[in-house]
Write a protein of this length. Structure first.
Length: 293
């Protein structure tokens, strides 16, 4: 019987039109020349999109196969069996990196209840961003401005002024923010983030900056679905206040019912294990040696 060890997975790249090349210039990845790289899905179990183990006795196995064969050991006893996505056999979280060379569309994600009514059914999508890089003057749009209701936003969408209804700020590296399902948001050009989210790809576009897709046509919008998904009682979203901490200890950043986010600054060997939880580790600066390779 194979016991689980610290697993490393091969990244799965997404080549959306708004991507860039900073996975190469900032993170040292080897990329195919001439292509744009928008997202690197580091840990994913979503349909045909599957993380594959890179090293060790389980090399070549997909995350779905691990869920089928080693679910309890993989998730740990702290994960509630009724948690969204677990009963369906899917690993409940998705970890990715995003490199925005252009603005992402202004969009919103549904909550669990609305996503379950989609065809095919999906999970909702609550997510958190940790800013890795931000060019001067870049923006993050997150949350509607105070006083923006459904008729106001619908009118702005028709007039092409949707972005005027969404609050924004200039991000800095190290900023972290929680974007709950139902929050209107967009990642601006020049920003690079690490994202942890529910394992869902349900997205409704409100506005796409009047640009054309790879086929020369505007990308489709989902205005009515977006208006239904939006939480109009939620206001602007700002980065959470930073928490100072000692090295070699996890510094909590934020948490919600789906995940918790923490920062480690390491100078010696540590083990995040032992608390009955599944830990996803993403190296943002420097390097680490992982047992099990």
């Amino acid at each position: 019987m194979i016991s689980l060890y610290p697993l490393r997975f091969e990244p799965l790249y997404k080549h959306y039109l708004w991507g860039g090349r900073r996975f190469e210039t900032l993170l040292g990845r080897r990329l195919t020349p001439g292509e744009v790289y928008a997202e690197s899905w580091e840990i994913v179990d979503h349909g045909e999109d599957q993380s594959v183990v890179h090293f060790g006795p389980l090399a070549g196995r997909t995350l779905r196969e691990l869920m089928n064969e080693h679910r309890d050991a993989l998730l740990g006893p702290a994960v509630r069996r009724e948690a969204p996505g677990v009963l369906a056999g899917r690993f409940p979280l998705l970890l990715k990196l995003l490199d925005a060379a252009q603005n992402l569309s202004i969009q919103v994600h549904p909550d669990d209840a609305m996503a379950a009514r989609l065809d095919p059914p999906e999970l909702g999508k609550t997510e958190a961003w940790y800013v890795l890089a931000a060019e001067p003057g870049s923006r993050i749009w997150a949350g509607l401005k105070p006083g923006v209701d459904r008729p106001t936003l619908a009118r702005a969408v028709r007039d092409g002024t949707c972005d005027d209804c969404v609050d924004w700020f200039e991000p800095r590296p190290g900023d972290a923010l929680l974007i709950r399902a139902g929050t209107v948001h967009s990642l601006g050009a020049g920003v690079m983030v690490a994202e942890i989210q529910q394992a869902s790809d349900a997205t409704f576009r409100l506005f796409d900056w009047n640009r054309l897709g790879p086929d020369g046509r505007p990308r489709p919008l989902h205005v009515e679905q977006a208006l239904e998904a939006i939480d109009f009682d939620a206001g602007p979203v700002r980065p959470v206040p930073p928490i100072a901490g000692d090295v070699d200890r996890a510094v909590p950043i934020l948490d919600c019912e789906y995940f918790a986010l923490a920062r480690w600054e390491l100078t010696e060997q540590v083990s995040p294990a032992g608390d009955g939880r599944c830990h996803l580790l993403c190296v943002l600066e420097g390097s680490v040696t992982v047992e099990g390779d």
